[in-house]
Write a protein that binds this ligand. Structure first.
Ligand code: PMP
Length: 397
């Protein structure tokens, strides 16, 4: 991809862990974060010029983010600290005692753990729709689970373990036909797949700013459809309606208590600008193309098993190496200057589904600035690692 990076060229480490966070960030993102720290005060909390600039920046960023996800009314889009916080707000703010909630067997702990707490504390009934071993959702099981309709459904858009597209258009349309609002966990797809809250008819949308949206960490987004009643997770100063003793109900203040993350919002806005400038279609073709390519190359190496999805929606590629623990494979790659991730990737349910629980997999995930040469270097090392092992075995035999 042809966007400036802060270091202005190749990194000494080949970074292939974009499913965790994108790195490096575009130069403009770093500049905007720095500028916000240096120049902006607290929005809505004072008449200083710096407070007003901050307020204008937040308004612009909200408008931009709303346009990006085709949110009809920007006030329905709130800034959070992460996808995790957005998902907690969505689930804990909406689900009430005795509600039934539908989810999939490919979810991240950012969904699984809040649901587990709600099951314990509010007797929320969790219906976990099974996915097949490639990560795709079993549509027959989904149809059965939608009758009678649960109060809510929450699905990961694409898996952070193997990139499988879980919330396909068919999954979303079945929920829509049953009148069930869907919370979409777009942590892995925001900035990669086009997402329109209107076209997808989403009840809520949650994502982080630091992955595909190329922003800094500590900033996330939550969209809430206007007909859904979601109680705030935290309450406090909103810089508005200060005469009221109780939390205002107006959006977005109702869900945004406390001084906002101004550098994070400024950085997210710059990240969104970069994504729009590069174009979602280009990013999607680039990242998913590289992910498919690396999956295919790995599959061709004897002793490597790849957990490929039938429909790819994210850039994560998971694999295991015969006779080697995933962490050992990742350590050898790290020594060679290649950053990947090993283990369960905070998604034990997904590993149960793929048959890789409890040891997990090695995950390699290309990003916006990954090149084919990066992947050449990566696959050469995996290949060499296995060749060495085979030689050692032969030597012993
Ligand atoms: N859902 C999925 C599918 C994810 O991959 C992640 C991040 N690994 C999250 C939720 C949580 O995102 P964050 O850590 O930015 O809150």
């Amino acid at each position: 991809m042809n966007m400036d990076t802060p270091q202005g060229g190749r990194q000494s480490e080949i970074y292939l862990d974009h499913a965790a966070t994108s790195f490096p960030k575009p130069k403009s993102v770093v500049a905007e974060v720095t500028r916000a720290v240096a120049e902006l005060a607290s929005p809505g909390r004072g008449q200083s010029r710096r407070a007003m600039w901050a307020e204008a920046m937040v308004r612009e960023a909200r408008d931009r983010a709303a346009r990006f996800f085709a949110v009809p009314e920007p006030s329905r889009l709130v800034f959070t600290k992460s996808a995790t916080e957005s998902l907690n707000m969505a689930l804990k703010g909406f689900l009430k005692k005795g509600h039934r909630v539908l989810t999939s067997s490919m979810e991240h702990n950012a969904v699984a753990r809040p649901l587990a707490r709600l099951a314990e504390e509010r007797a929320v009934e969790i219906i976990r729709v099974p996915c097949f071993a490639d990560g795709s959702l079993n549509l027959d099981a989904l149809r059965r689970a939608l009758d009678p309709p649960p109060a809510l459904a929450v699905f990961v858009h694409a898996s952070n373990v193997n990139g499988a597209l879980v919330a396909t258009p068919k999954v979303l349309s079945l929920c829509r036909e049953a009148g069930v609002p869907v919370v979409l966990d777009a942590a892995q797809t925001a900035g990669l797949l086009p997402i329109s809250v209107v076209d997808h008819d989403l009840g809520m949308l949650a994502c982080s700013g630091h992955k595909g949206l190329l922003g800094p960490s500590g900033i996330g987004v939550l969209y809430i459809r206007s007909d859904l009643q979601v109680e705030p997770l935290i309450e406090g100063g909103t810089g508005s309606h200060s005469e009221q003793w109780v939390q205002p109900r107006e959006m977005p203040e109702a869900m945004e208590s406390g001084t906002p993350n101004i550098p994070g919002i400024a950085g997210l806005q710059a990240g969104l600008e970069c994504v729009s400038a590069m174009g979602l279609e280009t990013l999607q073709r680039h990242e998913l193309g590289l992910a498919d390519d690396v999956a295919q190359r790995l599959q061709g190496i004897k002793g490597v098993q790849v957990y490929r999805p039938s429909v790819r929606g994210g850039n994560a590629v998971s694999f295991t190496v015969e006779g080697m623990a995933p962490h050992d494979v990742a350590a050898i790659l790290a020594e060679a200057g290649i950053a990947v991730r090993a283990g369960l990737h905070c998604a034990p349910w997904a590993h149960e589904t793929l048959g890789t629980y409890p040891t997990g997999t090695v995950r390699v995930s290309p990003g916006w600035c990954t090149t084919r040469e990066d992947l050449d270097a990566f696959t050469e090392i995996v290949d060499a690692m296995l060749t060495r092992r085979r030689r050692r075995h032969l030597g012993r035999a």
